[in-house]
Design a protein. Structure first.
Length: 491
């Protein structure tokens, strides 16, 4: 993935710092609670929501099982419609492809639709290193870019900013990037939106190259789909002479009929809207309308490795709605930056360690950025069992084992810092395999319970910094059963 977040500390350290920011926590609490409440109302309007959810999961599973076929079908359809298809194995290849395509136009500026794939690979920085300026046109992404910041939410990248902060950023930075903010700009939402509209309008009218991602790619026709709420996406997709779309290979759906399911579930799960205000679709090029040249860059960047994991591959079903972030108690308190990735929250905790691996301290810590409460699974519109994948990845971190890295099966070593956990799990397994030893240990623990400390020493100290050790009962369940039901042992 991108080097944008290189140098970030592990999640526990980053979260310990971010949770001390009262303003951040207030902004997150207000925004996430508002979005989740509206989403619940919108979803409740559909009697067949559960069936739509199951259908979405089934469509994605079928697509992933036959991804090779659908990718070839999409490539043929895009080419037949006048587009050009490029394949990028990783971020570096994608950087090279996009940079060269822009250079071929002779331009040094591009306008961008909000895109998680380009955020993932750090495309803006790569373009800047090549002397090309990329202007974000989504309102929240514009705020992040002007503030020299990083996104902290999938749907609302500037969710950590309040209106006053946004006003100050606009006043201070807009003039450095183009049209200055209006004199006397206030923090009223209408005024901020108007300032952004005026600032961006000159970018739209001048740009010859647009860069986008895509929410979906319909394999049967080679059609790309972008759903958005502001209309900036449509400006980027239609006004430039050249359009370059960077899309993860998992974004395919086989048919237009399959797309219908997601156009019902995505808006309700993301913005709590019954339908998206702007749904833009394009297939190749035409002489009469839109860009004259279209390039599709299909991005792997760890996705085929993820696909090889029978448990972890369900993360590739994600349609980036962000519903899991809005119900997650960990995200609400820690914020998105603590995850050190373009993908924050519960989905980031399972997707990032698979795309990037678990070799770094940060990536090895992400599967632990969860209370395993299961709220994320309950709201996911494609039924990704995030807690299951989190536990699966925790096992990989602690135990190591087989995994696919860059297309090759390798044996991963256990991550550092988990020796005590491995020892504890081995001891537990030994005891649970020996009922007599387990019963003896339970009785000993019960008889010495008054001597037990309230805090653990050594490696266990971190666990008891935020919770009490559960009290040991006076007798075990088995002893209680024998005492109250002498007719037999519990089964």
């Amino acid at each position: 993935m991108s080097g944008t977040y290189l140098g970030m500390p592990a999640f526990p350290k980053a979260a310990a710092e971010s949770t001390q920011d009262a303003s951040l926590r207030g902004n997150l609490r207000h925004a996430t609670h508002t979005i989740r409440d509206k989403r619940a109302t919108a979803v409740a309007e559909l009697d067949d929501w559960a069936q739509l959810r199951d259908a979405g999961a089934a469509i994605k599973n079928r697509t992933l099982r036959h991804l090779d076929h659908y990718l070839e079908q999409a490539e043929a359809a895009v080419t037949a419609a006048g587009g050009h298809v490029h394949w990028a194995a990783d971020a570096d290849e994608a950087h090279h492809i996009v940079t060269e395509l822009v250079r071929m136009t002779g331009e040094s500026e591009v306008v961008k639709v909000k895109s998680m794939a380009t955020q993932e690979i750090g495309l803006n920085q790569a373009l800047e290193d090549a002397g090309i300026l990329a202007y974000e046109t989504d309102l929240a992404e514009l705020i992040v870019q002007l503030g020299d910041d990083l996104p902290s939410h999938l749907l609302v990248p500037a969710i950590h900013r309040n209106r006053t902060e946004i006003r100050d950023i606009f006043r201070r930075e807009m003039k450095q990037w183009g049209r200055a903010a209006p004199d006397g700009l206030t923090d009223a939402p209408r005024a901020l939106a108007e300032a952004a509209r005026l600032h961006l309008r000159e970018k739209f009218l001048r740009a010859e190259v647009g860069i986008s991602g895509a929410n979906f790619v319909v394999a049967e026709t080679g059609t790309l789909v972008v759903v958005e709420s502001e209309g900036n996406g449509r400006m980027c997709l239609t006004l430039p002479e050249t359009l370059i779309s960077v899309v993860g290979i998992e974004k395919l759906v086989p048919t237009w009929q399959d797309l219908e399911v997601f156009l019902q579930t995505l808006p309700r799960s993301s913005t709590a809207e019954r339908m998206n205000p702007y749904t833009s679709t394009w297939t190749g090029t035409t002489d009469d309308d839109g860009p004259r040249t279209f390039h599709l860059v299909l991005l792997d960047n760890g996705r085929t490795d993820t696909l090889a994991d029978e448990v972890g591959r369900q993360a590739l079903r994600c349609i980036r709605c962000s519903a899991c972030l809005n119900v997650c108690p960990v995200y609400e308190r820690a914020g998105g930056h603590a995850y050190g990735s373009a993908y924050p929250g519960p989905i980031g905790a399972i997707l990032t360690p698979q795309l990037r691996g678990t070799a770094t301290e940060l990536d090895a810590s992400l599967p632990y950025a969860s209370s395993l409460c299961g709220a994320c699974y309950e709201v996911c519109p494609v039924a990704i069992d995030i807690p299951e994948v989190l536990v699966h990845l925790r096992e990989r971190v602690v135990q190591g084992g087989e995994a696919t890295i860059r297309g090759e099966r390798r044996t991963l070593k256990p991550a550092k810092g988990h020796a005590a956990e491995r020892a504890a799990m081995r001891a537990a397994r030994w005891a649970l395999d020996r009922p007599a030893a387990l019963a003896t240990g339970q009785r000993l623990a019960a008889r010495t319970r008054r001597l037990h400390p309230k805090r653990l020493p050594g490696p266990g100290r971190a666990w008891t910094d935020t919770r009490d050790i559960p009290a040991v009962p006076a007798e075990s369940f088995r002893d209680w059963w024998r005492r109250t039901r002498p007719e037999g042992d519990p089964k």
